[in-house]
Design a protein around this ligand. Structure first.
Ligand code: CA
Length: 229
């Protein structure tokens, strides 16, 4: 999963990015409204953390313009405490949730997890596909009840696939959702990660669809979740 953080307070921006990276996300960052607007308009983020008070273009305008342009990614607004009108305007502008400053980082992480999984059609923080279970809260993976140890890149890959069970996902899409902007992106490494992950999971679920990409196949009789939007 790849997220964008738009926050002009450099310390706060850094704290949020560090927490999100620690939770296993790829993160891009912007420090003003114009840069943030551009990134959100051109890159496929799984969710965005957007401050309202930003230089060059305020957060609500950024959000309105994204929505007018058909950008549907979940957006978590950062609002000033006691500014109820910001919250109302935020939801009207197309926000999915908000936290008021100052906040606990755990709350931001929990709200983002919920936004990301709901956008993919999952109602709970545990996502299953046959014998594979992903606990998005703890960042843990089990197969048949046994914990599987994954590197952060393997976890990120599996988490993205688990959020999109039953859909063939191209290498390009994986690259776009697993790596941040500054990462040296080589789509060949995806194949290596998939191979390692398949070995560690030891199941038939993770399939290569020749020429198209990869599929995490639901076992027969199990219906994959459908995106809520
Ligand atoms: Ca600000």
């Amino acid at each position: 999963m790849r997220l964008l953080v738009v926050e002009d307070d450099k310390d706060l921006n850094r704290q949020i990015v560090t927490a999100l990276e620690g939770a296993g996300y790829a993160v891009d960052t912007a420090f003003d409204g114009e840069e943030g607007h551009f990134l959100g308009d051109t890159e496929p983020y799984d969710a965005v953390v957007l401050d309202i008070g930003l230089p060059r273009k305020d957060g609500l305008t950024v959000l309105e313009e994204w929505r007018a342009n058909g950008r549907k990614m979940p957006v978590l607004l950062l609002t000033a405490r006691d500014r109820w009108s910001d919250k109302v305007q935020g939801f009207d502008a197309g926000a999915d949730d908000y936290v008021a400053k100052p906040f606990h980082m755990e709350e931001v992480l929990a709200r983002l997890r919920a936004l990301v999984r709901r956008a993919a059609g999952h109602a709970t923080s545990d996502i299953s596909c046959g014998p594979i279970r992903l606990d998005t809260r703890a960042g843990r993976v089990m197969v048949d009840g046994n914990p599987v140890k994954l590197t952060s890149h393997e976890y990120r890959l599996l988490a993205y696939m688990m959020h999109h069970v039953g859909r063939v996902i191209s290498r390009t899409e994986l690259v776009e959702h697993l790596y941040d902007q500054d990462f040296d992106r080589d789509s060949n490494t995806i194949e290596v990660f998939v191979g390692r992950l398949r070995k560690k999971l030891g199941t038939e679920q993770l399939q290569t669809v020749r020429g198209l990409g990869y599929l995490l196949a639901p076992p027969e009789g199990e219906t994959p979740a459908r995106p809520a939007r």
